[in-house]
Design a protein around this ligand. Structure first.
Ligand code: 8X3
Length: 250
């Protein structure tokens, strides 16, 4: 009996591994960077199982899941957290390879895990899938193009899963966070340009990975008859831009 968390090597994923283990759950932390998972294993002990996996590679997902030993193979909770944003250029200038990477990880990766693990949950008539979306999936912003669209997929896929799971006790929730600091998110988006990444969070208030982890843990511990469909969360510094009209245009 375990909760499998993808993207476990850093950020939201590592924070969720800590929160769930500290709350008494057994956690499988999946990520590409095994050395980071080994550090978490050292920190969290026997309730943590490090699983090397590239979610964007279906074969890697299948091989990793098939390798789970004994009780670790029963996955009661799946937290699809792995995902990334690459670039903030307008669509007409964006690197197409960045779009492909985001689609592979944020969309295909999430579906590989879900399709593999869902049948065992349905067979036991118990289980919980928590998907990490983003405010970018619902609210457009400049340069958000494919990143936001991948998160819109995560949002609608989560809702559609619920309709397919009607009549079962398998639960599905979407957490859609806005601005969140203290992760690698912006360093990845800006490809290692730390100054550009830091500027996103300068002089503002942001959510932290612990905020997301505590939200996921709260969801997981809600009564089994209750399904929270969507949680959208922002720091108090963030709100909506509203519609805009461009003047002085031909
Ligand atoms: C992360 C939120 O606003 O940086 O998904 O895209 S945002």
């Amino acid at each position: 009996m375990a909760v499998l968390i993808t993207g476990a090597s850093a950020g939201f994923g590592a924070a969720m591994c800590r929160a769930f283990v500290n709350a008494g759950f057994s956690v499988i932390g999946a990520a590409r960077r095994l050395e980071k998972l080994e550090d978490l294993h050292h920190e969290l002990g026997a309730s943590f199982f490090p699983l090397s996996m590239d979610v964007a590679d279906k074969r890697s997902v299948d091989v990793a899941l098939a390798s789970l030993p004994g009780d670790w193979a029963q996955i009661d909770g799946l937290i699809n957290n792995a995902g990334l944003a690459l670039g903030l250029a307008p669509a007409q200038e964006a690197e197409f390879a960045d779009w492909e990477t985001m689609i592979h990880t944020n969309i295909l990766g999430l579906t590989y895990l879900t399709r593999q693990i869902l049948p065992q949950m349905v067979a036991r008539n118990a289980g919980y899938i928590i998907n990490l979306g983003s405010t970018a999936g619902a609210w457009p912003y400049k340069g958000g193009n494919v990143y936001g669209a991948t998160k819109a997929f995560v949002q609608q896929f989560s809702l559609n899963l619920r309709t397919d799971l009607a009549g079962t006790r398998v639960r599905v929730s979407l957490i859609a966070p806005g601005l969140c600091g203290e992760t690698e998110f912006s360093n990845v988006r800006f490809k290692g340009n730390d100054a550009q990444a830091a500027a996103v969070y300068a002089d503002t208030v942001y959510l932290t990975p612990e905020d997301i982890a505590n939200t996921a843990l709260w969801l997981y511990q809600t009564p089994p008859h209750m399904n929270v469909n969507t949680i959208e969360m922002m720091p108090i510094s963030q709100t909506f831009g509203g519609l805009s009209v461009t003047h002085a245009q031909d």
